[in-house]
Design a protein around this ligand. Structure first.
Ligand SMILES: [Zn+2]
Length: 233
């Protein structure tokens, strides 16, 4: 398959067949070596002709890895049957602070803001974080249990962390999520569907769906039809 090279990094980007020529001509690049088209389509073809995929060690190939200590073994390592989408921002409503990463790595100084006080002694993580610009970071390999859902229930099964993959989107319940985030999320989900046979769009839910009354994220600002349409393409 033909591929294009990012003009700045000279790394291969999305195969030409998947982009209209007009999009390719408007491609812009970013420091970390990924490319956005004018349609803000996140590109994960970082250094070859291969799309993003899940490696044999259960990491997404081509995205940054930052290990979180807040994980452990799944009771059944083969039971990956649910994807839970979350929204998070720290301090609430602020983006790009780096504090979500710090939280997941137990490095957040909760004394920096009164809005962080509730997070003192909280040990949480997610498998992946998608920031506002579409940047993806993975914290926990998918075959391990990340600590993201808390008390929860899906179709009569409790303890969703046991069998779920958790993906955090940097955002709030009420502020529209970014186009780059939808594009990146879609790429992640399609890679997960290819890798884990029990996953498909019908088992992608919000935290609000498995912990109603306790959690509201990713909130009414999250455009589910838009996400689902992108998974259909
Ligand atoms: Zn959540």
């Amino acid at each position: 398959m033909l591929s294009r090279r990012c003009r700045r990094t000279q790394r291969c980007v999305r195969p030409e067949g998947l982009l209209g020529s007009g999009d390719a001509s408007r491609m812009v690049t970013h420091d970390v070596g990924y490319a956005l088209t004018a349609r803000a389509k996140y590109c994960l073809y970082l250094d070859g002709d291969h799309p993003v995929y899940v490696t044999s060690a259960h990491w997404l190939r081509g995205v940054e890895r930052v290990s979180s200590p807040n994980e452990d073994a799944r009771p059944d390592a083969g039971a990956i049957e649910l994807v839970v989408l979350h929204g998070i921002s720290l301090p609430p409503g602020q983006f790009g602070t780096g504090m979500v990463r710090e939280l997941f790595c137990n490095e957040l100084d909760c004394s920096r803001s009164s809005e962080l006080a509730d997070l003192e002694g909280v040990f949480v993580s997610a498998h992946a974080l998608v920031e506002r610009d579409g940047r993806i970071t993975q914290f926990v390999p998918f075959n391990r249990r990340a600590w993201h859902a808390g008390q929860s229930s899906f179709r009569g099964r409790s303890r969703c962390n046991d069998f779920a993959i958790g993906i955090e989107l940097e955002g709030t319940d009420v502020q529209p999520y970014a186009a780059e985030q939808y594009a990146a999320l879609s790429e992640i989900l399609l890679a997960l569907f290819r890798r884990y046979p029990r996953l498909d769009p019908s088992v992608v839910v919000g935290h609000c769906d498995i912990a109603p009354g306790r959690k509201t994220d990713p909130g009414p600002a999250f455009d589910w039809p838009r996400l689902l349409a992108s998974l259909d393409a």
